[in-house]
Design a protein around this ligand. Structure first.
Ligand code: AKB
Length: 319
């Protein structure tokens, strides 16, 4: 059996930063090749340059390092995608097709595709949205993710590539700032709160969305990727639930630590995106197939976000 060698694209992003650390813990530093469009060295290690829209460069890297697993995290998110629709399609879909082709040609053992709740649109039931709901996404990002899911399923059925995927809710983490998503407010708000700054929220106070804490998102990814192959019965993408809350509810949670925290509401174009997404997610299939269950509720998230961000900023601990 080949030793595991993991390639991550989009390693410098919000999820990439946390997942890279977890993969290094699991497989060892030498086994993880982190790549991104912008090469750099950070506290975790070195990120090499790789443009995944270039199939031959991607193939060369996979061949040279005898890669056994690819985590394809490179993507433009929902809000930025609306500003750059054509580029978003190229980056999100072209790179994914390259990954699938390279995986097929080089016999890569497993491939991970991050999908999103953005695959759902107007027609889906908004409450406890099911795995099998109709997909009519409103955004280019959502279209690219729903098409990406189908391509993953196709490569699995046609060529036997072991493609696994999760539909992430908004991910909340302290490792790095997200960029260009509709759920980003739920991370930025903590950065404001710990500096005692006022926050302007671009969603209405009652707009609830599905969210997940980074530790849960990373654990879900690794649990899915290490589950026995026969347990994976969904090859498009699994719904996973964390929790659901509105801006008003996250503010109430933050005020348990910062009672004077002030927020203004100025909804912009992201409000319409959010209104088309589910309010909550049904993840029965993930629970059944590979025993998924989230650990973090809203006050646990606030506690960890505030504690970790204060540490990072070298600010005194909040009790
Ligand atoms: C976004 O807001 O675009 C992402 C997502 C829900 O996929 N965080």
């Amino acid at each position: 059996m080949r030793a595991e060698k993991v390639l991550i694209t989009g390693s410098g992003g919000q999820l990439g930063t946390a997942l890279r650390k977890a993969l290094i813990n699991l497989y060892g530093r030498e086994a993880v090749i982190a790549t991104d469009l912008v090469p750099r060295t950070d506290e975790i290690g070195h990120i090499q340059l790789l443009d995944a829209t270039n199939e031959s460069k991607l193939g060369k890297m996979v061949g040279e390092h005898a890669i056994t697993q690819i985590y394809h995290l490179a993507a433009i998110l929902s809000a930025n995608g609306e500003t750059y629709p054509i580029q978003t399609w190229d980056i999100n879909l072209k790179s994914w097709l390259n990954v699938l082709e390279v995986a097929r040609k080089y016999l890569v053992k497993k491939v991970f595709f991050p999908s999103s709740i953005a695959v759902f649109g107007e027609s889906a039931n908004k409450v406890e949205t099911a795995q099998t709901e109709y997909l009519d996404p409103l955004t280019v990002y959502g279209i690219s993710k729903s098409a990406g899911e189908q391509w993953g399923n196709y490569y699995f059925s046609k060529y036997g590539v072991d493609v696994r995927s999760l539909r992430y809710p908004g991910v909340i983490g302290h490792e790095s700032l997200p960029g260009g998503g509709t759920t980003d407010y739920a991370v930025e708000i903590y950065h404001r709160a710990i500096r005692n700054e006022r926050f302007t929220c671009y969603l209405c106070e009652d707009t609830a969305l599905p969210m997940i804490f980074m530790a849960d998102a990373v654990r879900a990814t690794l649990e899915l990727m290490t589950a026995p192959k026969e347990k994976i019965r969904t090859r498009t993408s699994y719904n996973i639930n964390g929790l659901s809350f509105s801006p008003k509810e996250i503010v109430a949670s933050i005020r348990k630590w910062y009672p004077d925290f002030q927020v203004d509401y100025q909804p912009d174009f992201r409000q319409q995106i959010a209104e088309n997404w589910p309010l909550s997610i049904n993840d029965n299939q993930a629970q059944k197939d590979w025993k998924w269950s989230p650990h973090y509720q809203l006050d646990d998230i606030s506690n960890e976000m505030i504690t970790e961000l204060l540490k990072k900023q070298k600010l005194p601990k909040k009790v």
